[in-house]
Write a protein that binds this ligand. Structure first.
Ligand code: SF4
Length: 234
């Protein structure tokens, strides 16, 4: 397909090479967070809800406090609103606070305190959208499931030179690329790797092209090389 098309999807092999480079980078640069070291899907689910629009380092302490106070679904389902709000306050975004206790109650009542294992079921839970559902399936259940957030869209746009709509994470061709990206070996690692890569290297502003292992094949870099080298001289 033509590169100029809005719905251009790169060759599978091209996406595979991209994934392998990010995985190599990840081996040396992965971030360590408590929700990456647990096998409890409920903790992963809560962490992913906290991480929406909030930086991971900001979530760490809130995550620790929340699970010290409410270690499982039953405990969180019984949480008093005021006490819960006090813990979650540091995440900002007041509108999402009620979702945590609503979610725990729904898991208790509908799923006998278990976290569902399908995208469809997960998306029926309060506060759970496409991204959180995919992250839980990938990170907690180690399934070959795709994730897309605005950072991943930005990386796809820069690296592959694709076009997207304003809501790029909902575009079919972007989702298809994420599907291909996460369908290979080490799917969970690949998803964690792209999250870290977009947080540390291909950031919204001041991206670190001079340190980037993808620079040699990056569409954005090839167009802005001189400017980027000027900005990042090392
Ligand atoms: Fe992002 Fe720059 Fe790397 Fe391209 S070269 S992927 S723009 S950090």
């Amino acid at each position: 397909m033509e590169n100029s098309s809005r719905h251009w999807i790169p060759e599978t092999e091209y996406i595979r090479i991209f994934r392998e480079k990010i995985l190599i980078w990840f081996e040396r640069n992965k971030r360590n967070y408590p929700w990456r070291n647990t096998r409890d899907p409920f903790r992963v689910l809560i962490a992913e809800m906290m991480l929406r629009r909030t930086k991971a380092d900001q979530v760490k302490e809130v995550y620790r406090q929340l699970f010290t106070e409410y270690p499982d679904v039953r405990a969180l389902a019984k949480a008093k609103d005021k006490k819960l709000e006090k813990i979650l306050y540091h995440l900002g975004l007041k509108w999402r606070m009620p979702a945590f206790s609503l979610l725990a109650r729904e898991l208790k009542e509908k799923y006998q305190c278990r976290v569902p294992e399908t995208r469809e079921e997960l998306k029926t839970l309060p506060g759970v959208g496409e991204y959180v559902a995919g992250a839980v399936l990938s990170i907690a259940y180690n399934k070959k499931e795709w994730i897309v957030d605005s950072n991943i869209v930005r990386l796809f746009k820069r690296y592959f030179g694709i076009n997207t709509s304003k809501e790029g994470r909902r575009d079919e061709h972007v989702i298809e690329m994420a599907r291909v990206y996460s369908s290979g070996r080490n799917s969970k690692e690949a998803n964690l790797a792209i999250l870290d890569f977009t947080a540390l290297i291909c950031t919204p502003r001041n991206q670190k092209c001079s340190l980037c292992p993808l620079a040699g094949f990056c569409h954005y870099y090839s167009l802005n090389k001189e400017k980027e080298e000027h900005l990042c001289p090392e």
